[in-house]
Ligand binder design. Structure first.
Ligand code: HMG
Ligand code: MG
Length: 300
């Protein structure tokens, strides 16, 4: 029934997507311990934080300190940056990997970064070229790839067109996102099958929010379309402050559990991942349920 790879790559977005929407400020020291814990659990690629406006996203106001203290030189540490100012902040750090982000939907883009999609592209194109000349790893996060909280269903070919723009400029990776968790597995399979066929040389990553509890089903559908890279967030934290209705990301522990039970190597140790979640749990405004992973950990 299933066409299974031997292993997948998990990109941990908990410290960034997971925490950016938290109401209470998570102390910087706790964020750093969370990052170390996640790395100890085996996560080799991680979004650490964002170089965005602290007025727009106060939770990310300690980004400079996080980056200084959390780069390890061994794993891929990614920082989000939306504009020239964000990229200049990147240049003044030692971080070697950046994620730019743009929505297929204009309305979402204006709410999220105060620019239309095409203005955003105009600003990002020369920045990406410059980043590639300087040998940075560039990831492009494509928001509202399936549905927009303001515009509804997104036409699949519009998403593919935007992805094409970024591939032509030379990004290393596309992280294609179901921002508000509305995609159906059939839609996930369809889009990722087409992206995989058109962009065989580009790293393709699926980023699902779990608003309607379809993230795992969508991940499985994307796996069937040939995708082997998945953005997930420890504890299922997450959501974009400018996308009403966006719940957390697919929980790293759920995805690790599913893949490992299917015989697919994730490189992640579930018990250590649970330890990392315990670091941040007391500082969260929302409840997360992970007890069952501890309960039967010995019998898995
Ligand atoms: P703006 O107000 O239009 O910016 O915001 P501006 O250029 O007019 O500047 C206004 C002020 O912001 C100035 O400071 C700038 O210096 C400062 P002031 O003079 O008022 O003191 N500023 C910055 N400060 C720090 N870092 C920067 C920066 N840029 C300007 N990079 C802006 C435009 C893009 C800055 C703002 O809209 C913003 O920061 N947006 C961030 C939104 C965000 O972080 N969203 C969440 C991440 S995306 C996401 O979660 C989706 C994803 O997970 C995929 C999915 O699920 O869909 C990736
Ligand atoms: Mg997201």
């Amino acid at each position: 029934m299933f066409n299974l790879p031997e292993k997948v790559t998990m990109i941990e977005v908990g410290p960034r997507d997971g925490l950016q929407n938290e109401k209470l400020f998570v102390p910087t020291e706790i964020k750093k311990q969370f990052i170390v814990g996640l790395r100890n659990a085996g996560l080799q690629e991680m979004e650490l934080t964002s170089f965005v406006s602290p007025k727009w996203v106060p939770q990310m106001s300690d980004a400079a300190e996080i980056v200084v203290d959390c780069l390890d030189g061994k794993t891929r540490n990614i920082v989000l940056a939306p504009n020239r100012k964000g990229i200049d902040r990147l240049y003044s750090s030692d971080c070697q990997a950046v994620a730019v982000f743009v929505g297929v939907s204009n309305s979402f883009n204006i709410k999220n970064i105060n620019k239309t999609t095409s203005d955003c592209l105009m600003e990002l194109k020369p920045l990406i070229r410059e980043l590639k000349e300087k040998n940075y790893f560039v990831r492009a996060c494509i928001s509202t790839a399936f549905y927009c909280p303001y515009e509804g269903k997104i036409v699949e070919s519009d998403t593919i067109k935007l992805c094409r723009e970024f591939v032509l400029i030379g990004v290393d990776e596309l992280s294609v996102a179901d921002t508000i968790g509305m995609a159906a597995p059939t839609e996930a399979f369809s889009l990722f099958t087409k992206l995989k066929a058109e962009f065989p040389e580009t790293m393709l990553t699926a980023h699902f929010h779990d608003t309607r509890k379809l993230a795992l089903a969508n991940i499985l559908a994307s796996l069937q379309a040939g995708i082997v890279r998945f953005d997930t967030s420890a504890g299922g934290l997450g959501g974009c402050p400018f996308a009403p209705g966006a719940a957390g990301n697919a929980a790293t522990e759920d995805v690790v559990y599913m893949f490992e039970r299917m015989g697919i190597d994730t490189g992640v140790n579930l018990a250590k991942l649970m330890d990392a979640i315990e670091v941040v749990r007391p500082h969260l405004s929302r409840q997360i349920e992970t007890g069952y992973y501890r309960l039967h950990a010995q019998t898995i």
